[in-house]
Design a binder for this molecule. Structure first.
Ligand code: TXA
Ligand code: MG
Length: 313
C-alpha cells in the first residue's frame, strides 16, 4: 500500500505514526491533507538502518550526529540534518534540513524494511489533537482517511521523540521528548534548548496548536489538595463538568468516579497515559480537564511542555 502511494498507520515506541512513502511528493501531500496539517510543519522520515541517512542527508555528518545515532538508535531521538535534493520539498516544508529517526519497534522496522526506503511518520492524529497511543485513537481521528492501521497495542513511551538539530554546534533541542536531555548531554556534552524566534525559524511548525483535547485544559500545582479543591469548586459553580488527571498520593484521594483519573505516580507512567486519558475524558464529555503538574525531572520537562501547550490552546 505504501509503495502505491497509500497511507498506513504504524506503531512506534513513542506514539503511532501516519506512514507514507517519503520519496513520493503525492503521497506526502495526502498525509498533510489527512491530518489537516499546516503545510509549514515538516515531517520526520523514519528509517530502518542508519546507513539510510546517506540517501536523505548531507554525507558530511557532524561528529555529534554520528555519536547520537550510534548511541540512541533505534530509539526516541530525531536528528535534524542538512538534506539532499532527493527529499521532496513537501516533507521538509521547504527547509534546507530534514528530520530523521530510526524507531525502536519491530513492526515499524519490518514495515520500513519491506518498503525499502524511508517513510514519513507524523503522529497519526488530526493536527492539534493529542497524539495516538492506541490504534483506537487513530480510528477516532482518521477513520476513512487512511488505508490501513497496524495495531500493535499501546505504545511504550506515550509521548513523541526528542528532536535535536545537529546542524549547529552545540546541537539544539527543538522539541523535548521521550529521550531526556540529560541522556543526550551524557553522550555529547551540553546542548541548548531552542526557544523564541530562533525556534520558530528552525522549526516553524512549533507555532501551531498542539496536543489539545476538545475540553479546556487547566494545570494545577503538584501535590496541593487545597488548590485542586478550590479550582474544582469554582469551575463547577460556573456550571462546568470537570475531569481531573492526577498522579500524586496527595491528590489521588481528593475524589472518585469516572471523571477523576488517577495515574501511576512516576513521571514515565504519567507520560505513557497522559494523551490517552485526555482523550478518554473528552469521550466522557467534560468541559474542562484539570491536570496535575509534574516536576521537571526525567521525562517531566517533556510532559510539562505538552501540558503547557495543551493548556494554552
Ligand atoms: O515520536 C515521534 O517523533 C513520532 C513518531 C510517530 O515517530 N512522530 C512525530 O511526528 O511526533 P510529528 O510530525 O507529529 O512531529 C514532528 C516534529 C515537529 O515538531 C516538526 O516541526 C519537527 O519534528 N521537524 C520535522 N522536520 C523538521 C526539520 N527539518 N527541522 C526542524 N524541525 C523539524
Ligand atoms: Mg504530532
Amino acid at each position: 500500500m505504501i509503495r502505491s502511494g497509500g497511507l498506513v498507520c504504524f506503531p512506534t515506541e513513542t506514539v503511532y505514526g501516519l506512514g507514507a512513502d517519503a520519496l513520493s511528493e503525492t503521497a506526502v501531500r495526502r498525509v498533510f491533507a489527512a491530518k489537516g496539517r499546516p503545510v509549514d510543519n515538516p515531517l520526520i522520515v523514519h528509517i530502518a538502518d542508519p546507513r539510510q541517512i546517506f540517501d536523505l542527508a548531507d554525507e558530511n555528518l557532524s561528529f555529534n550526529a554520528e555519536i547520537l545515532a550510534k548511541t540512541f538508535w533505534p530509539g526516541p531521538l530525531t536528528l535534524v540534518m542538512r538534506r539532499t535534493i532527493l527529499v521532496p520539498n513537501a516533507v521538509t516544508a521547504g527547509l534546507e534540513t530534514v528530520a530523521i529517526r530510526m524507531p525502536d519497534h519491530r513492526v515499524a522496522l519490518a514495515l520500513i524494511n519491506e518498503v525499502g526506503s524511508g517513510i514519513v511518520g507524523p503522529s497519526a492524529n488530526i493536527s492539534g489533537r493529542p497524539s495516538p497511543t492506541l490504534a483506537s485513537d487513530i480510528v477516532e481521528d482518521l477513520r476513512g482517511r487512511v488505508e490501513l492501521i497496524l495495531d500493535a497495542g499501546p505504545t511504550q513511551f506515550g509521548i513523541e521523540s526528542t528532536v535535536v538539530d545537529v546542524t549547529v554546534d552545540p546541537p539544539a533541542i527543538l522539541r523535548l521528548g521521550a529521550l531526556p536531555r540529560k541522556d543526550i548531554e551524557g553522550a555529547i556534552g551540553p546542548v541548548t534548548l531552542g526557544t523564541g524566534d530562533d525556534l520558530l525559524r528552525r522549526s516553524p511548525g512549533t507555532r501551531h496548536r498542539h496536543y489539545a483535547p476538545q475540553a479546556r485544559v487547566v494545570l494545577v500545582k503538584e501535590a496541593d489538595p487545597g488548590e485542586l479543591s478550590r479550582i474544582l469548586a469554582e469551575l463547577r459553580q460556573r456550571g462546568n463538568d470537570v475531569g481531573c488527571i492526577v498522579h500524586s498520593p496527595q491528590l489521588a484521594s481528593v475524589e472518585t468516579g469516572q471523571f477523576f483519573c488517577v495515574l501511576p505516580g512516576d513521571t514515565d507512567m504519567v507520560a505513557r497515559y497522559l494523551f490517552r486519558t485526555l482523550r478518554e475524558l473528552d469521550r466522557r464529555g467534560v468541559d474542562v480537564i484539570l491536570v496535575e503538574e509534574v516536576s521537571e525531572e526525567g521525562l517531566g520537562s517533556a510532559v510539562m511542555d505538552r501540558l503547557r501547550k495543551a493548556a494554552s490552546a
